[in-house]
Design a protein around this ligand. Structure first.
Ligand code: GAL
Ligand code: MG
Length: 982
């Protein structure tokens, strides 16, 4: 069988033709028997037989190891291969075996077997007879078993190879697994069977009436004439139209139904008709076969270089989705899919790209039903053949023009097309990912164009192949900057622009997403994109302490590897949403809400939904506390905007007021409950001055040889001269400080920071934060207040220094000012502020500022001004590699408390940023897994004037955008106040 494995031209032997994924039935008849379950298994030539679960991956069930690599081929550095050659030394295989019996009434019918997904190649044997061979991990492989069946018990043997010549086309950036990872079942067919159905429609110009067409391929076990009845039922299961046509042994037939006043399908209004097709034998008066298919009337097309759905310009608010489950790898469950679709709907996504292969059939059914546009992608990626470290070269690229791959690729395309073609959710066929250009790709383009006029075709790879090919209907890019996109759109564009990947969600990321979504309004030809990506590909594993954790590349000693590059999800591997989702949800909403003091402007950017479908709630907050709320329903047609009056109370007392308007579900639905928030808008303004504290008591200053002590009725602070810092902070005789208060300019590098070498460029600020030394201390007493001023040498550059000035008043309020004069020739500062290392018991935070999830200067659109509470544990974000996290911008005050609420309050003269965690920035930086972090022994409260943005255009070099950096050549001053919290 080596010949099959090693020859790109041989990718199937005896495999049956692909067909639509419709289901069929007949009364009192079972057509399908699942073979999922426990099979016997022998790994890689072992004489010992074990057990294995089907579906599932071999490597996640104790045999071999999963390996994560991105661009490089998994055998790189281990075996020298030319494209098409298969590793010998490191290839593995597994033999699956089980017995089965067929049903009594199947004995006179043909029996088939379907494998929905096997990675990467397999041979099939039935009762020791060779049945067939197949490649292409992500589309079904079906064979006929009838000739090999014996009466009683039959044996199936499946030999699954980890790598075959087809693996050269499966170099997607993912875990390299093998095995039978999707469903397996036996099936039979009735005497007359709909082998394939192709549902299409024509819709008139006014989108009112349409023709539904069903092109059927009929398979006969026994030829005889019959009738086919086709019924169309609406969503309420009411009959809309019906037609009966006789068939007399035709192999193909097309049935048309004319329909008036059709309901259109879109992601906003996923209206599905049921097409019920019945094959009926009029002489015997029996139903031979019945199929139920869902059908959506929708028209997707290009008009004036704009992609349109049902007459309207669509903007894709999408995400790339790998099929993933942290326990099961790509062998995901229906439960996972349901969770995913709910998540997408809840968070205002309207589309998904099946990066980078055809998905489990059930996923498309869910997208049809709940309304998610799909870009369905051919299982093709040859990244490692043309992109090498720091260089692109078409020289060794496959498939390019090489005829060796031609039919193999067309087979991959047709297997996907034939299976998926009836799903209205699929709007775009994608020819694969990162496979350069050339004739073979062009063939795929032409193939889709020839078989399907109801969809458009996408391919990004032609951007890299400068031979300029036309193999894409749209201009597709990945990770283009906003500037590059605008250049394209301003230069007489001939195709609409789409980002097949953008805003790389690796670790703490997605900064600057709002710059992309802002293009939607500015350019008609900008049609959105798909965030990279949906879920972390991290695998649940035990660490050396025997605890569960989410592992990434290299954790299985899998080398070579690309480490944590498999972890780029908006959702963590265990399907817990990361804090990045808050931003995406807001920016992807179709409703834009701009309140003012007494009114609100609402822009309804949806295409088919009136605002009255939602409940509008509005409220008024004073200093973060709600003082008034009301609710209403407003009428606003899709694509319209309007200013609505708000009935808010008259205000006189001074304070900070926020007008908040939000949209909510009016009733429970599949993905959310009544009241669930869709989006919101806020407007904040101030009335009058806040009251100044009146200072009545007095302070005592004790200027010792080594310390300056300042105390009053309820407080005592010690400023060390020898140590050069504030070393003790006591209120009511309770010590707050675990370590002295120090200036800090560093943050634990994020994945994006690592990608753009932030540490290598800005390390001077880490040194300044760790090793600054006190040069001078001074004390003054002015107007009954003690003023202690420290000067620190920073070691960031020759002369660099900063000042920390403390002002103590008789109420025990401690005003802290950090001054930095500005020096030239230094890098931008990662952060500007101080670290308060507090006793462990101060682990609860309450704050008035932006929340509820972490936010940064370049990722705060989705944050809401309010009063929030968390513990420092809850504030830690589970990015697989510890890094900067848990930061909040626009803070008015934060209080850090013991369980009984006793604690410190930090308030700003201006708003500020803070984070509170159990780890220092340096501890976070040193760990490569969460379990490497020290036991929590204290609370680190970082109070910053500002921290640089997190960036996210990509994670392999893109820097934080200029406007979210902290310039080092100008003076910066930051003042805040520490006091008791009550
Ligand atoms: C793209 C690629 C994705 C993924 C991403 C980086 O180049 O298409 O599959 O590798 O980069 O996370
Ligand atoms: Mg790739």
């Amino acid at each position: 069988m080596k010949k099959y494995l090693n020859t790109p031209e041989i990718y199937k032997v005896n495999r049956l033709e692909p067909h639509s994924d419709h289901k069929y039935f007949a009364e009192n008849k079972i057509f399908k028997l699942s073979l999922n379950g426990i099979w016997d298994f022998s790994y890689n030539g072992s004489k010992v037989w074990s057990k294995i679960e089907v579906p599932g991956h071999i490597e996640l069930q104790g045999f071999g190891t999963p390996q994560y690599v991105n661009t490089m081929y998994p055998w790189d550095g281990r075996e020298n291969l030319k494209p098409g050659e298969v590793p010998e030394r490191i290839n593995t295989y597994g033999i699956y075996q089980r017995e089965f019996e067929i049903l009594e009434d199947w004995k006179n019918s043909p029996v088939f077997i379907s494998f929905q997904g096997v990675e990467s190649a397999f041979e099939l044997y039935c009762n020791d007879n060779f049945v067939g061979y197949s490649e292409d991990s992500f589309t079904p492989s079906e064979f006929e078993l009838s000739p090999y069946l014996i009466n009683e018990k039959n044996t199936l043997k499946v030999i699954v190879y980890k790598w075959c010549s087809g693996s050269w086309l499966e170099d997607q950036d993912f875990w390299r697994f093998s095995g039978i990872f999707r469903d397996v079942y036996l099936y039979t067919i009735p005497d007359i069977h709909i082998f394939d159905s192709f549902l299409t429609s024509e819709i008139d110009e006014t989108f009112t009436n349409g023709i539904l067409k069903n092109k059927l391929k009929i398979q006969y076990v026994k030829k005889h004439s019959a009738n086919i009845t086709m019924k169309v039922l609406d969503m309420k299961k009411q009959l809309v139209e019906e037609i009966i046509v006789p068939i007399s042994n035709n192999d193909e037939i097309e049935i048309k139904i004319y329909m008036k006043n059709i309901n259109l399908w879109s992601s906003e209004t996923p209206y599905l008709y049921t097409v019920e097709t019945t094959i009926y034998d009029p002489t015997e008066e029996i139903v031979i076969e019945k199929t139920y298919q869902k059908f959506g009337f929708r028209k997707f097309y290009m008009e004036n270089n704009i992609m349109k759905l049902n007459g309207k310009r669509v903007v894709f608010k999408g995400v790339n989705r790998h099929e993933f489950n942290c326990y099961r790898g790509r062998s995901i469950t229906l439960e996972d899919m349901l969770w995913d679709i709910k998540f997408l709907k809840k968070n205002n996504f309207n589309s998904v790209r099946t990066s980078h292969y055809p998905n489990d059939s059930r996923w498309y059914e869910l997208c049809d039903k709940y309304g998610i546009y799909v870009m369905d992608e051919v299982n093709l990626e040859s990244h490692g053949t043309w992109q090498f470290p720091n260089k692109i070269s078409g020289e060794k690229a496959i498939p390019d023009d090489n005829p060796v791959w031609e039919s193999n690729l067309l087979d991959r395309a047709s297997s996907m097309f034939e299976r998926d073609k009836n799903h209205p959710s699929i709007l775009i066929w994608s020819l694969g990912n990162e496979s350069y250009g050339g004739k073979n790709i062009d063939n795929l383009y032409n193939y889709f164009k020839s078989v399907d006029s109801s969809r458009l075709v996408h391919y990004e790879g032609i951007f890299w192949d400068k031979r300029e090919s036309n193999s894409s209907d749209m201009k597709s890019r990945m990770y283009a900057t906003v500037k590059e996109i605008e250049e394209y759109l301003n230069d007489n564009p001939q195709k609409p622009f789409l980002l097949c990947e953008y805003s790389h969600a690796m670790g703490n990321s997605n900064g600057g997403l709002h710059k992309y979504t802002a293009l939607e309004e500015k350019y008609e030809l900008y049609q959105g994109g798909f965030i990279w990506d949906y879920i972390d590909q991290s695998i649940m594993k035990k660490n050396i302490f025997g605890e569960d954790y989410l592992a990434y590349g290299g954790d299985f000693d899998d080398k070579p590897t690309d480490y944590n590059f498999c972890v780029n999800g908006l959702v963590y591997g265990n399907r817990v949403p990361s804090p990045k989702v808050q931003e995406v949800k807001y920016l992807f909403s179709d409703f834009k809400i701009y309140p003012k003091e007494k009114s609100v402007l609402i822009k309804n950017k949806s295409l088919f939904t009136n605002l009255k479908e939602f409940l509008v709630k509005y409220r008024l907050l004073k200093n973060g506390n709600p003082i008034f709320s009301d609710r209403t329903i407003w009428d606003l047609d899709p694509e319209m905007e309007k200013e609505f009056k708000l009935n808010l109370p008259e205000l006189y007392s001074s304070g900070e007021y926020t007008v908040e308007v939000s949209l909510h579900l009016k009733e429970d639905n599949f993905w959310g409950n009544l009241g669930e928030e869709i989006t919101f808008g806020q407007y904040t303004y101030k009335i009058g001055e806040t009251l100044k504290n009146i200072n009545k008591d007095s302070i005592t200053i004790v200027n010792g040889d080594y310390n300056i002590g300042v105390h009053g009725k309820t407080f005592e602070f010690l400023f060390s001269k020898s140590y050069g810092a504030l070393v003790s902070l006591k209120y009511k005789d309770v010590e707050f400080l675990e370590k002295p208060l120090m200036a800090n300019f560093w943050r634990a590098p994020t994945d994006n920071d690592r990608g753009n070498k932030m540490a290598q460029r800005h390390y001077q600020w880490k040194i300044a934060s760790m090793y600054s030394s006190c040069e001078d201390v001074s004390l003054e007493e002015i107007n009954g207040e003690a003023i202690i001023k420290y000067k620190y040498k920073l070691y960031a550059g020759e002369e660099s220094y900063c000042y920390l000035t403390y002002k103590v008043n008789s109420l025990g309020q401690l005003e802290v000012t950090l001054d930095y004069p500005g020096f030239s020739n230094l890098q931008d500062l990662p952060a500007f502020g101080v670290t308060l290392n507090l006793k462990k018991k101060f682990k609860n935070i309450t704050w008035y500022g932006y929340g509820k999830d972490e936010n940064y200067s370049d990722r705060l659109s989705g944050a809401k001004l309010g009063i929030y509470k968390k513990t420092i544990d809850e504030n830690y974000s589970d990015y697989v590699i510890p890094q900067e996290c848990g930061n909040y911008t626009n803070t008015r005050w934060v209080s850090i408390e013991e369980n009984n609420n006793f604690g410190l309050k930090i308030s700003g003269c201006d708003t500020f940023e803070f984070s509170a965690l159990g780890y220092s920035v340096h501890e976070l930086e040193n760990a490569r897994h969460k379990y490497e972090l020290p036991r929590v022994y204290s609370t680190y409260l970082n109070i910053n004037k500002v921290q640089m943005g997190v960036g996210g255009d990509n994670s392999w070099g893109a820097k934080t955008l200029e406007e979210y950096l902290i310039k080092s050549d100008q003076a910066i001053s930051f003042t805040f106040k520490i006091s008791l919290n009550n």
